[in-house]
Design a protein around this ligand. Sequence first.
Ligand code: NAG
Ligand code: NAG
Ligand code: NAG
Ligand code: NAG
Ligand code: NAG
Ligand code: NAG
Length: 645
Amino acid sequence: MARRYCLSGTYPLPLLTIILLVLSLLTGAQATYAKTEVDALRDEYFGLERDLWQWLDKATMSRNNMETQLRKVYNSHRNFTNKHQMQRSFPKNYEIGNYSEWRLLERDIIEISDYFNFYKTNIMMKPGSSANLEERAVLDFTDTVLRNNEHFSMSRTFQDIENIMVKQALYYRVHMFSSSQICNMHQSPQQFVYALYSDIALTELKGYIMMEFSWMMLRVYGKGNFTQEAELMRNDYERRTERTLKLLQEVMRRSARIVWRCDPEPQHHVLGQTYDEVTRLLQGFIENEVDLNSDETCRETCSYYQNTRTESCFKEKFCARQPGCKGRLYNCQFVQSDMWVCQAPLNSTRRYEYVEYENGSVLGRRGRCVRGTSKVDSWWRYLFWHCSYCMCLCDEQSIKSDRFFNLREAVSDFTQNRVVTGLRFIKKNRIFHLQIQEGELLPRGNINQTSLTWKPVDNYNIFDRDVIKGVDYHSLSYESRSVDLDDINTDDPSFVVTGVRFRVVGTHLNLEARLTEINFETGKLVNSKELSYWNSNDNTDVSGDNRRKKLSISSPDIPTRTIVKSIPMSKHNEFIEFVNSDLYKDAAQTTVPFMDVQDVVSNPPVPLSGVGIYYKGRPGFGGFLAPKIITYDFTRHVVVPKRTP
Ligand SMILES: *[C@@H]1O[C@H](CO)[C@@H](O)[C@H](O)[C@H]1NC(C)=O
Ligand SMILES: *[C@@H]1O[C@H](CO)[C@@H](O)[C@H](O)[C@H]1NC(C)=O
Ligand SMILES: *[C@@H]1O[C@H](CO)[C@@H](O)[C@H](O)[C@H]1NC(C)=O
Ligand SMILES: *[C@@H]1O[C@H](CO)[C@@H](O)[C@H](O)[C@H]1NC(C)=O
Ligand SMILES: *[C@@H]1O[C@H](CO)[C@@H](O)[C@H](O)[C@H]1NC(C)=O
Ligand SMILES: *[C@@H]1O[C@H](CO)[C@@H](O)[C@H](O)[C@H]1NC(C)=O
């Protein structure tokens, strides 16, 4: 799958690709799928227009009076312009990159869009009906719409749209641009190209409707025949549409469909708002060797103790002046004998702010020490046994250690025809949940914007009765702290995401997505209760040809300390472990990666064909785990029409 991420800088325009794309306009086969909204609308108008011309021809022969003809043409057009799909105006200030040819074209497109609003309010919405139409006003209007001079020409604008968007492949260049901007846009590149097409095509249809209306009115007022003019115009329109849709198909097929969130501006990370933490999973902890074995001896070195626990507190030394570690201790090592320890405030999840050794080495960042430093010295026993202070990793389950992940499913309300439109991590009662944004699915891939809500997560506590570890939630530990990094996609493009959940595979947290079939045309979920299924990537890191790769984080600092934004660093079919931060950079006090808790949604919302968990970061920092969404693939609904005979 093509995956494009937030890279800065400009792309050179691959000329060859454009040539290939334009060549591909000449070929192409087509299965039949429900069309996109604007294409269906155009078809509908073509039908209406054909009927009207036929009726006008008959009406003339039967000498139907002018008033009847006027009413018919007028009312049909009024009905059509009142459709809710026709109410959208072309958005001003489209951010599509710095293309000078676009700036002129955009001005003309907006002029047509504004003109249509005038048409709607002044010609179509006259109180009463066609009876109130003034011939003079209508003829003025047709003059304006059909005028063709150096200031304004609707047909020239149509030509320009084709020249710039299709022949000069601006659709393709916009796709490249949006791929480079993806995390600022809240849209996937495919969604962006599709939205641009929909907006331009709707405006072109509006222009076309106004011109057709004008020819018909001129005909009714007896100014000429005009069947031929109308037919020519329609042929041109069909030809342009065909070329446009062929290019659009190619571009959309190549566009990524991923939406992910950039970091907030550097130094604007806010705990609980933009990120949250797993705390005290593995944390640097100072303990003397004498307390690491049950015999209170000092016969070994620190590194002998790779998996042990605190057995005693010999003579109430430093061990009595710091909170103990009630879990297991791993990977002990010796750094230096004598040190000053700055303990962290009691309400902090850290144990130490920093540790400074006698030779000047510092673990963590030396700063002001609110509680004052403690001098901690190793000692000799009988001249040949050194009772050293070791630096170990403490895995202690305590009220300060938030290490839980919800395993219950989050499913959209399919009884209300709702689908998943966005994701975010949220920490509730010390448990991380993957929360879903849901919205009502409408015809042709639309989502009812006013129906969007974040479905509340299950409000349970790990100590509640009937809440079971391994069933309701997963608890991370030294042995089980991996998260699988996958994109879970639908295998069948007519399915969309209606739920997510985590499960535990071996010692890994593993993402699953619930998929349900939709009817694109009606916008209804198809038998969601029985026919939905859960999809996942079942590969493990221990067996199989396609085993998972481990993504290691080397010497990580606290992720929020970086002054540049993270970039995605994981690929599908990898996994990552929660680890302690670097000993020297942070005294191993922090658990990384952090969890990005920003909303991952697209604007406008669309159904999703997949979801994923990925890792973003920078070398030397702990990075973030975050969800991403994969937007519905509209490509196959871009149907190149069969030409009318
Ligand atoms: C316009 O719509 C109304 C209501 O939907 C319908 O009754 C009427 O026949 C339509 N008029 C024309 C000319 O299509
Ligand atoms: C857009 O491009 C023009 C020339 O190609 C340049 O002068 C202008 O500064 C650019 N604007 C932006 C916002 O990049
Ligand atoms: C208008 O022109 C078309 C084709 O040129 C012709 O078939 C039709 O009869 C004409 N209608 C009138 C009313 O002259
Ligand atoms: C700990 O308490 C101090 C003072 O009461 C407060 O300023 C600080 O924000 C608290 N830190 C945390 C992590 O709660
Ligand atoms: C202090 O000792 C440690 C361990 O022996 C060594 O890694 C570090 O480089 C020393 N620091 C300085 C400033 O000499
Ligand atoms: C959109 O959702 C709102 C709130 O749920 C509802 O009142 C409205 O009828 C919906 N609109 C459509 C077009 O379904």
